[in-house]
Design a protein around this ligand. Structure first.
Ligand SMILES: [Zn+2]
Length: 528
């Protein structure tokens, strides 16, 4: 019974062949230096890939050195080097690989009519002879030899079967069936695998591998279709990087097998919790940014903004998530707060941030949040905290800014005009000049309110990232010997500065009012 199960497990184990350092690095703009390649190679080992295709040694001294260093340093996975079907390529690949604990030479030759005619100018017989000789040559160096009939998915089925059979006879231990130009459809690709398994002698003694490109967005779909009918190695890259539209993405194919174990009952050796960190590492090393809506590792992959989704998520995670973010190394689901977000999610986030607001405060902050969410694409935790703390420091604002205007520029006197609205509904307008637009604005507020402050400090900083980030202004000023502070946030830093200044003015007026609460009007005479 136990032997039977292990046999079954073995039969259902998919070999993950990562070619981020070879095919991945062929993405335009993705070249990595030696240190970056080594860092990625070590991360791939920690991730649990079975084979690391470290490069194409004959291609350049840099590639040779990278394969050699990976072979020397990274133990555990098989280290693989690519070679064309000629003795020089194969010998060079061996030279680079020979110090590896486990090594593989991967030889390839195109087989499709298009490549035979236009690129290789070779007849079918010649193709077979070249492939056989190259495999035999590679076997002279090491036992683990992989052969790829390039553009296999557009090769006539009978000829493909012949090449594969002869390659197995020549000693190849892995046969890879590349959809080199991303032309295949899942059913058709699965048919190729099924045909080879049915017709090729010795096919059960080798590992059948798939290598799919994403030109039609089908690389993962095609790979899964082939694995479902018996392929047992999948060639892929982190973040799906690679030639043109890229390769099959490792994180997607692995998580599809895991999440849909009910359909595939296939396993890999991948530590899925390391997927997101490895994705980040490769993105940083290559400089290729991962799109936000990329499956598994995109920033939005576990982010929910729509109110209905957020409500569902708060009720039960499985309402809108088919895998736990933690299983791929994300810290947790992100309920992105934005203009579509509902009160539930907002309240939950405030609690998560550790704030306790009563009904009135919650309503005020939620209203502000909605106003802000209309202005900003995304509202970050820091934005919400700024809204809450903004409210916390506020006693009822005697004066608020109804509108303001500043103008400045070289050769012109910076001026500002402001219209303030009082709690009692009345308005006052004033204008002033200053050293700059902010200074002019402060002066206009002082003129309107009759409160003169001694400015001690003025700072601005961005609260969050992005071009629509909120900016926070903080002002410190003295009045009657007391140091007072005001802070305000807005996507418009001039507006935030004016509000921060006005907060201090309001504090002055309120405390003056409290002192003379007997006095009917709370509009004190201008004092300096
Ligand atoms: Zn490729």
């Amino acid at each position: 019974m136990k032997d039977e199960r292990t046999e079954q497990d073995k039969a259902n184990r998919v070999i993950v062949f990562d070619t981020t350092l070879r095919d991945g690095e062929q993405s335009p703009g993705a070249s990595m230096n030696l240190a970056e390649k080594l860092e990625v190679a070590h991360a791939l080992k920690d991730l649990g890939v079975d084979v690391i295709e470290a490069g194409f040694p004959i291609a350049s001294p840099g590639d040779f050195e990278a394969v050699q260093e990976v072979a020397r340093q990274v133990e555990g996975p098989i280290i693989c080097g690519l070679a064309r079907c000629n003795p020089k390529d194969i010998a060079t690949a061996w030279d680079a690989l020979k110090e590896a604990e486990h090594k593989r030479i991967h030889v390839f030759l195109a087989t499709s009519a298009i490549h035979r005619k236009h690129k290789l100018r070779m007849a079918e017989g010649e193709i077979v002879r070249h492939a056989v000789e190259a495999i035999q040559k590679a076997k002279e160096y090491c036992d683990d030899v992989e052969f790829s009939p390039e553009d296999a998915s557009r090769t006539e089925l009978d000829f493909l079967a012949e090449v594969v059979e002869r390659s197995i006879d020549a000693g190849a231990t892995t046969i890879n069936i590349p959809d080199t130009v991303g032309y295949a459809l899942p059913d058709q690709y699965a048919e190729i695998i099924k045909h080879l398994k049915k017709t090729v002698r010795g096919i059960d003694n080798v590992v059948l591998s798939v290598h799919c490109h994403n030109d039609l967005g089908l690389a993962v779909g095609n790979s899964l279709a082939a694995l479902a009918v018996g392929a047992r190695q999948v060639e892929c890259t982190i973040n799906g990087i690679g030639e043109r539209a890229g390769n099959c993405s490792l994180e997607e194919v692995v998580m599809a097998l895991r999440t849909r174990g009910d359909s595939f009952s296939l396993s890999t050796g991948i530590q899925t919790e390391r997927l997101y960190p490895t994705s980040r590492l490769v993105s940083n090393a290559t400089g290729l940014i991962v799109q936000r809506n990329k499956a598994i590792v995109g920033q939005n992959a576990f982010s929910h903004e729509a109110g209905i989704h957020q409500h569902g998520m708060l009720m039960h995670q499985s309402t809108y998530e088919i895998m736990l973010p933690e299983t791929v190394g994300f810290c947790s689901s992100q309920l992105v707060l934005g203009k579509h977000s509902g009160r539930h999610a907002f309240q939950a986030r405030i609690a998560e941030l550790g704030y306790h607001l009563d009904e009135t405060q919650l309503k005020m902050v939620f209203d502000d949040f909605k106003v802000l969410a209309d202005k900003k694409k995304e509202v970050y935790d820091a934005d919400i905290e700024a809204l809450i703390t903004g409210h916390n420091q506020d006693a009822p604002a005697l004066w608020t800014i109804a509108s303001f205007h500043t103008s400045a520029g070289t050769g012109t006197l910076p001026t500002a005009a402001v219209c303030l609205k009082h709690l009692d509904g009345s308005e006052i307008q004033e204008a002033a000049c200053g050293d700059g637009p902010i200074d002019a604005l402060f002066k206009a507020i002082e003129r309107s309110t009759g409160v003169s402050l001694l400015l001690q400090d003025y700072q601005v900083r961005s609260v969050t990232i992005g071009e629509d980030a909120q900016g926070e202004a903080s002002v410190e000023a003295d009045y009657a010997g007391k140091r007072l502070r005001g802070r305000a946030v807005s996507t418009d830093i001039v507006e935030a500065s004016a509000n921060a200044f006005l907060r201090i003015v309001n504090q002055v007026l309120l405390s003056a009012r409290d002192q003379v609460t007997q006095a009917p009007s709370d509009r004190p005479e201008p004092v300096h």
